[in-house]
Write a protein that binds this ligand. Sequence first.
Ligand code: COA
Length: 167
Amino acid sequence: MNTQYARQVGAGDARSVIYILHHWVRSDGTPLYCEIRTIADHIDASILGIDDRIYFVAMAGERVVGIIGYRPLPDYLCNYAETDSAVEVVNFFVHKDHLRCGHGSVLLNKVRDFVYKRGFREILVCSGPRYKDSHGFYDAQGQQIATIPNHFGHGHDARIWRLRLDP
Ligand SMILES: CC(C)(COP(=O)(O)OP(=O)(O)OC[C@H]1O[C@@H](n2cnc3c(N)ncnc32)[C@H](O)[C@@H]1OP(=O)(O)O)[C@@H](O)C(=O)NCCC(=O)NCCS
């Protein structure tokens, strides 16, 4: 039986998701509580259907081991889209003890399928130095197309990838 899959986030997932966020959403080792709260608020609103983001969780059996969201393209990314049917992937995190087990790929493929069925033809990702260890994953999934200098503060450039979105 395949116990590795992704599904839309639900109210009962909050505790596991917050645990995952606490590990990754940090600066110099300290959790960024405001940023974590903001992401959690988006997830709660998404569950209620009142947010412009949609989130999915990765499951390993009955355990939540990852989270991913997508949203309409923000203005600052519009210039980087090739089409007018693009979305941005946001808040993409796999539990630290479950990296390199395929959960990230399962989550991203879930978003790919979901948005493709809804008429979107392009996914962009914007990521900065805080998450530089993940950039190899995006390089494997798509094409790096631009850098926005100092986007995340002085000396903290943003990189942008366009991810494949095949039928
Ligand atoms: C990015 C992330 C979500 C990927 O999830 P994952 O479950 O570890 O990825 P997968 O197991 O599906 O990886 C599939 C393939 O992608 C590539 N890949 C994955 N992570 C990689 C990395 N850090 N560097 C280079 N290639 C990587 C590999 O080819 C891998 O296959 P392999 O393990 O057989 O070699 C995960 O590393 C993560 O949560 N990172 C910390 C948080 C973060 O930086 N998030 C991104 C914010 S922008």
